[in-house]
Design a protein around this ligand. Structure first.
Ligand code: 5GP
Ligand code: ZN
Length: 114
């Protein structure tokens, strides 16, 4: 998608420090962190919202969680724990319309979320 911020990060039109990447996904720091550790894990494929996930994306979506698990291990937060979030559309608080898995850690999260 030509005008998508996260597609531009994925294809390196915009450069970010990568936390993790492979041929299908990339992870990088959130520009406005809500925890000492706050990264975004995105598929390289443009999918606007969770509502737009298709059956053929099953493996790709699973890979986002496998990446989260690996990133947790690398950053030594597996045991202390972390939170994974997808926001969807207005009520979910989505502001960037290329799906991204928020991964937050290194502090205790509260529940329910705001
Ligand atoms: P959403 O509100 O859509 O769930 O999350 C979008 C996230 O993207 C927000 O946490 C926001 O801080 C982050 N974000 C927005 N623009 C940029 C950017 O240009 N670079 C990075 N690294 N993160 C961004
Ligand atoms: Zn995109």
């Amino acid at each position: 998608m030509k005008d998508c911020l996260f597609c531009k990060i994925s294809n390196e039109t915009i450069n970010v420090e990568k936390i993790y990447e492979n041929k299908d996904l990339i992870a990088f720091n959130d520009i406005n962190p809500q925890a000492p550790f706050h990264i975004l894990i995105i598929p390289r494929k443009h999918i606007s919202t969770i509502n737009d996930i298709e059956n053929q994306d099953k493996i790709l979506i699973g890979e986002l969680f496998i990446a989260a698990k690996e990133i947790a291990k690398q950053n030594k937060i597996s045991k202390s724990g972390y939170r994974l979030i997808f926001n969807c559309n207005e009520n979910g608080g989505q502001t960037v319309f290329h799906i991204h898995l928020h991964m937050l850690g290194k502090r205790k999260m509260s529940w329910p979320p705001g």
